[in-house]
Design a protein around this ligand. Sequence first.
Ligand SMILES: [Zn+2]
Length: 318
Amino acid sequence: MTTKKFASQADLEEKKVSFVKLSDHAYAYTAEGDPNTGIIIGDDAVLVADTQATPAMAQDVIRHIRQVTDKPIKYVVLTHYHAVRVLGASAYKPEQILASQDTYDLIVERGEADKASEIGRFPRLFQNVETVPAGMTWPTMTFTGKMTLWLGSLEVQLLQVGRGHTKGDTVVWLPKERVLLSGDLVEFDATPYAGDAYFRDWPQTLKNLEKLNPLALVPGRGAALLGEDRVAQGLEMTRNFVSDLYASVKAGAEQGRDLKEVYRETYAKMKPKYGNWVIFDHCMPFDVTRAYDEATQYPDPRVWTAERDRQMWETLEG
Ligand SMILES: [Zn+2]
């Protein structure tokens, strides 16, 4: 029997970057299922949502931005605290780094542990890890619920519409153009990572996003979604994954099965429908472990450390 390589350590193939214009003021930087960056260009400034894993990788985003505008990149938004999203921030030299207060609190509580854990999980994304400054990427401005930025005459809303992928999830919303940057609350042809998730909240949070009625959506991973039908598809596929996985794990836990049994059953049930999505084998052990925790005795996600990652993997995949 062959054992699976830990997390994404076997994933070494470079991805092709796309830089797509979504509306008069919004662009998507995507890379075949690698973490995306959303870009908003206002009258006097540029806003970047999610930074890439390292400053070296962020330089490629900046290169693409400079092909369409020379306005200063003043704002970086962190949709949540995960290292692959935030550790590239210094490359943009922003005036402000914006995040929800809940995201700030998670960085205080588990930022260091998450940084070490994620660097171990994704060697390809962190291949220039020496360009990451020591310590944490700290937001310089936080908000709760809603914050509005005016980039000249362009209104940009930062919204918390519920918990899902993490406790601090924030989306960026252009109300006039109806463009949504969702962070990892929505994925497309990519497996939702749910190791820090709130499974019972996530489906309703997606319904709240649906109510915004977006015309275009940049998911956390996967292609930008253009048009109401594609947006609806992305929201529905993400909701189905989260609901199917949690229903399976909850049923197993209620029958008194242990985590390893529940993992095997859930993996077998999910594989035919979702097994072709990128990072499926990476995410499933983390997702099932968190779902089992939530269905049993842990309302809040436990902190992942590099050591806990390995122990969990050994238990479920060893
Ligand atoms: Zn994430």
